[in-house]
Ligand binder design. Sequence first.
Ligand code: NDP
Length: 444
Amino acid sequence: MSYSSDIIERVVRENPGQPEFHQAVTEVIESLQPVITAHESQYRREALLERLTTPDRQFKFRVAWVDDKGQVQINNGYRIQFNNAIGPYKGGLRLHPSVNISILHFLAFEQVFKNSLTGLPIGGGKGGSDFDPKGKSDREIMAFCQSYMNELYKYIGPDIDVPAGDIGVGGREIGFLYGQYKKLTNRYEGVLTGKGLTFGGSSARTEATGYGLLYLTEELLKANDSDLEGKTIDVSGAGNVAIYAIEKAIQLGAKPVTCSDSTGWIYDPDGIDVALLKEVKEVKRARLTEYAKKRPSATYQEGRGVWSIPCDIALPCATQNELNLADAKLLTANGVRAVCEGANMPTSLEATKYLQANKVLFVPGKAANAGGVATSALEMSQNSERLSWTFDEVDRKLSGIMKNIFHNLDEAAREYGCSGNYVAGANIAGFLKVADAMLAQGVF
Ligand code: NDP
């Protein structure tokens, strides 16, 4: 059996009932084949891929908190510290009822390569809880965050592990988490990113993932003799990534016409009104039905369906496995030119393969959505310097980082004989740096 097959089989055996983790490892290991073949005996001797697919350590803990009725509630809290070969563990915290060890293993594993691709010194981690923030009062959110931090603070630090936001964790939650860390440790330090601007946050962090996605998409199109001007875009999601992807797409001359949340989706042929979307989602924290009520050109439908709208570019920005094979076929039949992932692993493995086989330009999330973590790393730099950079300064750096990421993965794909395969390019470029650092640092 090949070394790659051994590794995939080992991961499946060692991590039963973790389909998302198996999927992520399979995708990465399969696309690293040219590199693995070139170094097989060394990697086998060093058990490099076994080490790379096994987290350094992971924590699971009880999170007890009191709801507004005085009832004690219990959730599972997690933090996975996957790999710190190139820097302190870095990766978001997700609060969603679907959170489990499989999803966090996949996210933390992917984060290792994503962080490496940014060119910045950050390792990979991820965490969160099966707590559902929907419908909770601010006080309940605070109670949960404080209890979660009562355990998490033991394992993190500015040079150890620096968590950030993800699904269900935005500025409000990071504020509560940071306040509790400070209370417990009496230290004012850059231990979390995505902080508010008045207490160490970076300008442009809120916008970074969505803006970064568009900077990379623009570079991808440029390299393929096209641009964003006048292009119709399907976006899924209506959270942090989706909103700022829509905002930047409009600024760059494109027309995003859809968005969605977990109950339904919007089609707005006149183009999404981003100010209204922000008002509905960021201010009122309401459903998308509110958007449709205020916007005559928009229609709202229950369930899923954004990929049925013909478009030039598709940007899945909601959650994992939200674009399946049937969606990929529909998009392709409708003439989609590019799919760039704003969310983490939103495209299923079969859908990815179908898009690639049909010559659709496809950039995986670990490259396309790396702008968020890259700007988090810039926040860490500002915290270490005890300085704050301007919005323009951070935005300029973000744009440069995203362009670099695209060119690095494009070159890696060419060098290893799979030109135009940006999945392989991203995995190879991300992997080589981490592998080199692991081999240099010895066996542990
Ligand atoms: P948010 O919580 O701000 O928004 C998530 C959006 O996706 C919401 O509209 C939500 O709808 C929808 N959604 C969530 N789960 C589901 C589901 N199971 N089915 C359908 N829709 C769903 O999260 P973000 O925008 O921050 O994150 C979106 C994706 O981007 C995630 O994959 C995340 O890991 C990834 N990402 C985020 C980064 C960041 O900086 N925020 C950085 C890099 C990647 P509803 O409101 O109804 O739940």
